[in-house]
Design a protein around this ligand. Structure first.
Ligand code: 5AD
Length: 364
């Protein structure tokens, strides 16, 4: 393996890292990733309180439990007041940033709801520690440039839009024809141009996805100079078309989990100062999945803030954890998990991506 501390990793290095099963090599890789994280981003784990405010979706992605075509999904949309109240609760729980996530809609009613809710959250969460209110990340899918601009002007400063996979053939197999790979790449570019901190990511262990594809995913993040990464294992949702693909179980959940950890470490070694989330999907496979994500180079955790009565309806995949805990219990549990791996918790701060701030200062 190349010395990842100083050199840029080549595709073959990434492939070697993602495919090794040698325990000693894996240990070296994990330690190097952790060392790069500590040197470039510090030992603070940043928190983003997650508010899944609606599961109504106009898209029909073949893997996703809240796809339009899933008739068995109980649809909900929280009222503006409820979203704001939840964000304020997050602020009082000292989460410096929140993520507003939902199914994808582009109608004006939805767009103005998001715009207005962001403005009101920013106003309602001002405090001595956070004079501009909590940091707001949006994860509401592909929108028009004008809509992104409205969201940015409203005060959202980060945007997450996963590319899902950079293998175009697989992308097309996973999505109905209306969804275009190129349009999504263009959306990521547009978001950056507007000034958002931009996050993307992929699902790992998809049927038909190769190790080479995974290496290309990482190189894609690099080529777009992405600020944040959110990626995790693909997990089957029984009520989706992908569940019936003959190759859906080509990899076991354990294999997808292990590949996800390698992807986190490789992303850290390649991209160094980005924020990387240790996603909930990791914990759906392994009870200590999110701690493992942190140990392999992640530095962001998204504690659940979604009101409990709707949480189970936001089921992207089977076996989603943390459905019953109160938001306070989630906080306690994550605190313990973060401490167990020797990291600090970033309360009352936005926790921006260093890559973004360093690029702005011209030193990245
Ligand atoms: N398994 C894992 N992740 C999923 N997502 C959607 N469906 C699944 C699934 N079955 C992820 C997608 C999406 C994010 C919000 O959730 O990557 O971008």
């Amino acid at each position: 393996m190349a010395d990842q501390g100083v050199t840029t990793l080549a595709r073959r290095d990434l492939i070697a890292m993602l495919s090794t099963n040698d325990p000693a090599e894996l240990d070296v890789m994990r330690r190097r990733a952790e060392a790069v994280l500590l040197a470039r981003c510090g030992d603070t784990v940043h928190l983003r309180g997650l508010i899944e405010f609606s599961n109504i979706c106009d898209n029909d992605c073949y893997y996703c439990g809240i796809r339009k075509g899933n008739r068995t999904c109980d649809r909900y949309s929280l009222a503006g007041e409820a979203v704001i109240k939840t964000a304020v609760l997050g602020g009082t729980m000292r989460y410096g940033s929140i993520v507003l996530q939902s199914g994808e809609r582009t109608d004006e009613r939805f767009v103005s709801f998001v715009e207005d809710t962001v403005k009101r959250i920013k106003d309602a969460t001002r405090s001595e520690e956070l004079p501009c209110g909590v940091g707001v990340t949006l994860c509401v899918g592909e929108q028009s440039e004008e809509t992104y601009r409205r969201f940015f002007a409203a005060g959202a400063h980060r945007y997450l839009l996963r590319i899902e996979t950079t293998n175009r053939t697989l992308f097309e197999r996973m999505h109905p024809p209306e969804q275009k790979f190129e349009r999504r790449v263009e959306a990521l570019r547009t978001l950056k141009r507007i000034g958002f901190q931009v996050g993307t990511g992929v699902m790992i262990g998809l049927p038909g996805q190769t190790i080479e594809d995974c290496a290309d995913d990482l190189l894609f993040f690099q080529s777009l100079d992405i600020d944040m990464i959110g990626m995790g294992p693909y997990i089957v949702h029984g009520g989706t078309p992908m569940a019936a693909w003959p190759d859906v179980n080509e990899r076991s959940p354990r294999e997808r989990f292990e590949l996800s950890l390698r992807m986190i470490a490789a992303a850290r070694l390649l991209l160094k100062n980005v924020n990387i989330a240790s996603t909930t999907a990791l914990q759906a496979i392994d009870p200590a999945g999110r701690e493992e994500g942190l140990r392999w180079g992640a530095n962001v955790i998204m504690p659940q803030l979604t009101p409990r009565d709707v949480r189970a309806a936001y089921l992207l995949y089977d076996g989603k954890p943390c459905l019953e805990e109160s938001s306070q219990e989630c906080q306690k549990c994550l605190e313990a998990r973060i401490k167990s791996v020797g990291r600090k918790i970033g309360y009352d701060q936005w926790g921006d991506s260093r890559r973004f701030t360093e690029r702005k200062r011209g030193c990245s």
